[in-house]
Design a protein around this ligand. Structure first.
Ligand SMILES: NC(=O)c1ccc[n+]([C@@H]2O[C@H](COP(=O)([O-])OP(=O)(O)OC[C@H]3O[C@@H](n4cnc5c(N)ncnc54)[C@H](O)[C@@H]3O)[C@@H](O)[C@H]2O)c1
Length: 283
């Protein structure tokens, strides 16, 4: 099946980035969220990003930017917005029950050949599909932030995802000019599991007094050529997000993945990182 139009559900950080990316590559996009205020904010953010990173840098013309914006339709009515698309990508909150319910509802509303994709960064695609009747059409398409810029897409094959759905999703991802890695379903997949373990281990090194925050980050940057140290990264992503991922991975994969007690303490004290202006560093 050829994909021409998609629906993105959730117009937050990831959803608006995915909508911009897909529209830039010629797809029509229905962008859905719970209210118009969020949708208007998302459209303004896309407009600013196109101007700042593409038009001002002569990568596209102002007319092309307009064309991209015109391909994005805002809609608060989800059931209407999924009617005329070939693929739905959800980017709602990272919550298993919410996503399971969403997929089961979409499964009963969307035509049988519509692909249902999740942009989850850690949750099991197999579990997410478990309440749906047509589990073969549910797949993980994991974009990275910011979606229009980052080169990778992690494509996740749930236990029941069909080869056809995986192949079409891969072609779609490649048409966005991304490099695709395909992974079998597992909590945290490849990327989130690896980065979480690194960050959690860095927090443990700090907690055990092995090295200072700054020295742990400098060591990683210079020894491994990382653009950012793990504690800086945890502050950027949000220490609460890593705690949430760690709790999920600990439960799903075993206690060696449990988050360190320092990470829990920091979240309890609102030391969330950049978003609360305090974390491993002050902002
Ligand atoms: N932020 C990241 O760096 C990142 C990277 C990769 C993947 N992800 C994943 O992407 C997803 C979204 O993350 P985000 O950071 O964009 O979150 P966000 O909080 O910025 O946005 C979520 C949006 O979903 C909307 N929403 C919630 N429930 C909805 C529903 N039932 N119907 C319609 N809209 C609904 C909210 O109003 C909100 O605007 C999560 O699963 C997350 O794990 C995030």
């Amino acid at each position: 099946m050829e994909i021409k139009k998609i629906c993105v559900i959730g117009a937050g950080i990831m959803g608006h980035g995915i909508a911009q990316l897909a529209a830039t590559h010629g797809y029509d996009v229905n962008l859905v969220d719970v209210n118009e205020e969020i949708l208007n904010k998302a459209k303004t953010a896309i407009e600013k990003n196109l101007e700042r990173f593409f038009v001002a840098k002569n990568k596209i013309t102002a007319e092309e930017a307009n064309g991209i914006l015109n391909r994005i339709n805002l809609n608060t009515n989800r059931d209407e917005a999924v009617k005329d698309v070939q693929m739905v990508i959800e980017a709602i909150f990272e919550d298993m029950t919410l996503k399971q319910n969403l997929f089961s509802e979409l499964d009963s509303i969307c035509y049988k050949n519509v692909i249902l994709a999740s942009n989850t960064s850690s949750l099991s695609i197999t579990d997410m599909a478990s309440k749906s009747n047509n589990q073969e059409r549910i797949v993980g398409i994991h974009f990275f932030n910011p979606a229009p810029v980052m080169k990778l897409i992690e494509l996740i094959k749930g236990k029941n995802t069909s080869e056809e759905v995986l192949e079409t999703s891969k072609k779609f991802s490649e048409s966005l000019n991304k490099t695709v890695v395909t992974v079998n379903n597992a909590p945290g997949f490849v990327t989130t599991r690896l980065i979480y373990v690194l960050c959690n281990e860095a927090v443990k090194l700090k907690m055990e007094g092995i090295a200072s925050t700054e020295d742990i980050d400098v060591a990683c940057k210079l020894a491994f050529n990382f653009p950012m140290g793990p504690l800086e990264l945890s502050d950027l992503v949000g220490n609460d997000i890593y705690l949430h991922i760690g709790e999920y991975l600990g439960e799903a994969l075993g206690e060696k993945y449990n988050p360190s007690s320092l990470l829990k303490e920091m979240v309890d004290n609102n030391l969330l990182g950049r978003k609360s202006k305090k974390g491993f560093y002050n902002y």
